[in-house]
Design a protein around this ligand. Structure first.
Ligand code: MUC
Length: 92
C-alpha cells in the first residue's frame, strides 16, 4: 500500500541545541534504514520549508502508523497522510 505523507517539522526554539542535534541524527539513521529496506520510497524536501513529502510502501495503515510514530522527530512534527490508489491512465 502506498501513502503520500507530508511532514512539517517545528522544533521548539527552547530545545537545547545538543538535544536537537541528537534527535536529528537519530531521525536521519531511522529514515535511511527505512529507505534501505524499501518502505520509505521517496523523500523530498519542500522548497523553502522545513517540511518533506514522502512516499511510503507498507502493508497496512497500522504499519505506517507504527513507523511514523517511531520517528525521533515525531513529537515535533505535524503529519498529513494521503492513501494512494492506482490511476487508470498511469502507464507504470
Ligand atoms: O527533515 C525532515 O524533513 C524531517 C525528517 C524526515 C526525514 C529526516 O531525516 O528528517
Amino acid at each position: 500500500m502506498l501513502f503520500l505523507v507530508r511532514m512539517d517539522v517545528n522544533i521548539p526554539h527552547d530545545l537545547p541545541e545538543a538535544q536537537a542535534a541528537d534527535i536529528k541524527a537519530r531521525e536521519k539513521a531511522y529514515a535511511q534504514a527505512l529507505q534501505h529496506d524499501g518502505r520509505w520510497r521517496h523523500l523530498w524536501r519542500v522548497v523553502g520549508e522545513y517540511a518533506n513529502y514522502s512516499v511510503f510502501d507498507v502493508a497496512s495503515n497500522d504499519e505506517l502508523h507504527t513507523l511514523l510514530s517511531g520517528l525521533p522527530l515525531f513529537p515535533y512534527m505535524k503529519i498529513h497522510v494521503t492513501p494512494l490508489a492506482q490511476h487508470p491512465s498511469a502507464i507504470a
